[in-house]
Design a protein around this ligand. Structure first.
Ligand code: 5GP
Ligand code: MN
Length: 333
């Protein structure tokens, strides 16, 4: 991988206009790897912008630089212009063009700039000239660290680069506890702390900054909407649009609820269904011998990792759940 990382850094040094993209529905890793790479490229004195399909939830908006991210949903003209003039385009934390949404994917595919994918999801599509696809790596943020380290630029690390990378690794590993964490992950974190990252600030801003509405929504979801599939180690939680409105839902409020369902004793696969923007968005999580990305891919127009995947449905919420329940015995028995 070292050679490809060195090649990417020489592409950065030669580029005039660089754009960093990531997937729709920003999470800690997509924001983290984007801003980590953004500040690294700035340190190399190149012109760079971050263009995301949509805005980050509030709990990820405190990061230095997040106010400089262009979002296609709010600012399509600027995103179109930046993509068309870019000579180097990074595709981070996703591996197929649809993940940036239909309209932005058309602009991305039409853009002339050389495309570089850096990602950790299985089954990469063929739309980038340079591809770093490491499905064993816990997060794209760790891969951005490897880019910096293996191209012998670790001396450039500072708090601006390190803090978003720490955030991305922390959120994609469930705070360093998923099987994807390795001794290398901890070495990376050690280097980030030496570079000045204030780890407890990051944890506090992400996990200890609840609104009461959010906590009450989550309490309601667990108390009233948790459902176990009889005879199988599978559970689900669903929330309707009305239920979200009752608790003054804000983007990010349901983040991680699916992991709460998975944390119940005896549950090995969990699904979370929510009515959002005229469709049903689904999150899947699993452990042990149960894999959820196949289910997401085959039946819910989605994909993801073995143990963390997502998808969507255009059926009603109740029809989507009925469909899921019919599929459960096939996938989880
Ligand atoms: P989440 O449940 O947190 O939204 O997503 C979990 C994982 O599934 C992430 O790695 C994400 O990239 C992937 N994922 C979520 N939604 C989709 C989707 O609609 N399509 C694909 N291909 N992957 C998704
Ligand atoms: Mn990721």
């Amino acid at each position: 991988m070292t050679d490809i990382f060195k090649q990417i850094v020489s592409e950065i040094r030669e580029a005039k206009h660089i754009v960093i993209t990531s997937h729709k529905g920003p999470d800690g890793d997509s924001i983290g790897c984007s801003l980590g790479l953004y500040y690294f490229i700035k340190k190399l004195n190149r012109k760079v912008s971050v263009c995301h399909p949509d805005m980050a939830p509030e709990f990820l908006q405190w990061l230095h630089g997040s106010e400089e991210i262009f979002s296609f949903e709010n600012d399509p003209q600027n995103v179109q212009h930046l993509l068309s003039e870019a000579d180097l385009i990074f595709c981070l934390d996703y591996n197929s063009p649809e993940r940036v949404g239909k309209e932005m994917s058309e602009l991305l595919l039409a853009a002339k700039g050389k495309k570089v994918m850096i990602d950790h999801h299985p089954y990469p599509a063929d739309f980038c000239q340079i591809v770093v696809s490491d499905t064993a790596c816990c997060s794209t943020s760790q891969l951005i660290f490897e880019l910096i380290d293996q191209s012998v630029n670790v001396d450039k690390l500072d708090e601006n680069i390190g803090t978003p990378l720490y955030l991305g690794i922390m959120t994609d590993t469930g705070s360093f506890r998923f099987p994807s964490v390795t001794s290398r992950t901890h070495e990376v974190i050690s280097t980030l702390l030496k570079a000045g990252v204030k780890h407890s600030d990051v944890h506090e801003k992400v996990y200890d900054s609840n609104t009461l509405d959010r906590l009450q929504l989550r309490g309601f979801a667990v108390a009233e909407k948790f459902e176990k599939i009889p005879g199988l180690p599978v559970a689900l939680i669903s929330l309707t649009k009305e239920e979200l409105e009752r608790f003054h839902y804000k983007k990010g409020d349901t983040e991680g609820l699916v992991n709460v369902a998975l944390s119940v004793d005896g549950i090995k696969a969990a699904a979370f269904f929510v009515e959002r923007d005229g469709e049903v968005k689904i999150s899947f999580r699993s452990k042990g011998e149960y894999f959820v990305n196949e289910l997401a891919m085959q039946h819910f127009s989605g994909g993801g990792h073995k143990y963390a995947a997502g998808g969507m449905s255009l059926d009603s919420l109740s029809d989507t759940i009925i469909r899921f329940k019919k599929l459960v015995p096939e996938f989880f028995s």
